[in-house]
Design a protein around this ligand. Structure first.
Ligand SMILES: Cc1cc2nc3c(=O)[nH]c(=O)nc-3n(C[C@H](O)[C@H](O)[C@H](O)COP(=O)(O)O)c2cc1C
Length: 388
């Protein structure tokens, strides 16, 4: 399975083409719209999200509610575009109109300045429009298709925030993926510990009043993944390395951890490796899951536990200093509509890109022209692994 996305933040629409989805998968616009809605929610999100209320239009690869095996095309219209018709016009426009919403004061921490240097833009809006996290809309749409494949194979995925703007959320031990999903869904800030909800919302309000922003750490957990996805035979086949790229490719994500992650640097081997057990009902299991379900670049059959860190949003209502790219004089950075935090939304994006990598790996390992074949192949393999 492979895909490409296209589209600008204020352009007419966002598009994705996905190739390699097996035939016979039930897929409706509603499956995708639910996740698009989740991406637009979360405490601290403001005006743009209310304008958009994203809805996907599927224009290829699905017939009578089922995929056909042909490339799937997904489209999301940017409703806001109606207010940006001239500024985002594909056709050339009068010189004086071009200066409307032109950007010459790059925002520190965003793609504005370096994008301008690289592509020789005199209007940094060209950097902003494509580097904007609006693009993640399509990665969530693609992830929703991936999650439909995973659901057919009894693979379940959830995400929740574990650190919000430096505030650590204590997570009760032994929550199942389904419980995490349920608890995080009830929370406007995607935390499983409701006792912290109000304190963190108050903190977000305070950060907003200060014209500042916060990030944090999101955890994605995925249960039911068979052992043996990914491989150690070549560097670029390792499952953890593919997931690391996918997670760090999300706008503003700066790091990734698996299982105990960087804590492994502080522990002894006996406190990191997971002892191997076997029983007739479950086959191979582990006494612990410190390694987050990864050994040798492969899934080991335990739940995959992945954490991603998101830096604070770069656009500040109390802007940092920058430089005008025409005069080189100091100026305050441009303010483009923004939020104090987008961490709960970023969690939905992370869940989506992780689901996409796992679905892609499954389709690579198993016979997958058609969902029936795929389900049979995965079931056979699960049986074999259990009794290995
Ligand atoms: C869901 C989500 C929403 C975001 N919203 C904004 C935003 O409103 N304003 C902003 O400046 N950055 C926002 N970002 C982050 C920027 O897109 C990102 O920092 C920028 O593209 C530069 O990339 P880098 O931070 O990876 O270097 C958001 C990121 C995510 C994941």
């Amino acid at each position: 399975m492979r895909y490409l996305t296209a589209g600008e933040s204020h352009g007419p629409r966002l598009t994705a083409i996905i190739e390699g989805v097996p035939a016979g998968l039930s897929l409706t616009a509603q499956d995708i719209n639910e996740d698009l809605k989740r991406r637009q929610g979360g405490y601290g999100r403001g005006g743009r999200m209310k304008i958009e209320t994203d809805q996907v239009e599927i224009t290829a690869g699905v017939r009578h509610g089922k995929t056909t095996g042909a490339p799937i095309t997904l489209n999301v219209t940017n409703k806001d575009h109606q207010k940006w018709l001239e500024i985002m016009s594909v056709e050339d426009i009068e010189e004086k109109l071009k200066s409307k919403r032109r950007i010459t004061h790059p925002r520190p921490g965003h793609a504005d300045l370096v994008g301008g240097m690289k592509y020789r833009f005199d209007d940094l809006r060209n950097s902003l429009e494509r580097s904007s996290a609006r693009e993640t809309t399509m990665r969530v749409a693609i992830g929703a298709v991936a999650k439909r494949i995973l659901a057919e194979l009894d693979i379940d995925i959830a995400n929740h925030v574990v650190v919000f703007g430096g505030k650590e959320i204590d997570v009760p031990d032994k929550l199942t993926v389904a419980q995490i999903k349920e608890l995080a869904k009830k929370s406007e800030i995607s935390v499983v510990n409701q006792e912290r909800e109000q304190e963190i919302k108050d903190y977000i309000d305070q950060i907003k009043r200060e014209g500042d922003t916060i990030g944090g750490i999101v955890e994605t957990i995925i249960g039911g993944v068979p052992a043996g996805l990914g491989s150690f035979v070549q560097w670029d086949k390792k499952l953890d390395s593919k997931l690391a790229q996918a997670v760090v490719s999300i706008n503003a994500f700066k790091g990734v951890e698996f299982g105990v992650g960087f804590q492994a640097g502080y522990r002894k081997g006996s406190e990191v490796m997971d002892e191997i057990l076997w029983n007739e009902a479950d086959g191979y299991t582990r006494r612990t899951n410190h390694l987050g379900g990864f050994e040798g670049g492969m899934s080991n059959g335990q739940p995959l536990v992945i954490r991603g860190v998101m830096k604070p949003i770069p656009t500040l209502y109390k802007p940092l200093m920058s430089v005008d790219i025409e005069t080189h004089e100091p100026y305050k950075a441009t303010v483009e509509r923004s939020d104090p935090t987008a961490l709960p939304a970023a969690g939905v994006v992370m869940e989506s890109v992780v689901a996409t990598v796992i679905a892609t790996e499954i389709l690579e390992k198993f016979s997958s022209d058609n969902m029936e074949e795929l389900k049979e192949a995965v079931a056979r393999y699960r049986d074999y692994v259990k009794n290995f």
